[in-house]
Ligand binder design. Structure first.
Ligand SMILES: [Zn+2]
Ligand SMILES: [Zn+2]
Length: 66
């Protein structure tokens, strides 16, 4: 018997995080670990000084560091 909770956004992946703002349970794809917000809140409040520019991450220095 599975007790895993599904992401409230896509309802197809297991929810592993909860938004620190709205408390919504979301999967890793719909959660921003930097802000602690789900993508709903992230799009609503934005990243402050991070304009949306596609895939570019000018400040992601340590992103691919191994
Ligand atoms: Zn999801
Ligand atoms: Zn949220």
């Amino acid at each position: 018997m599975s007790v895993s909770t599904l992401c409230e956004i896509c309802e197809s992946r297991t929810a592993e995080y909860s938004c620190s703002h709205c408390g919504q349970l979301v999967c890793e794809r719909h959660f921003d670990t930097d802000s602690g917000y789900c993508v709903d809140c992230q799009s609503r409040f934005g990243g402050g000084d991070q304009p949306e520019q596609g895939e570019q991450m000018p400040d992601g220095v340590d992103t691919y560091e191994l």
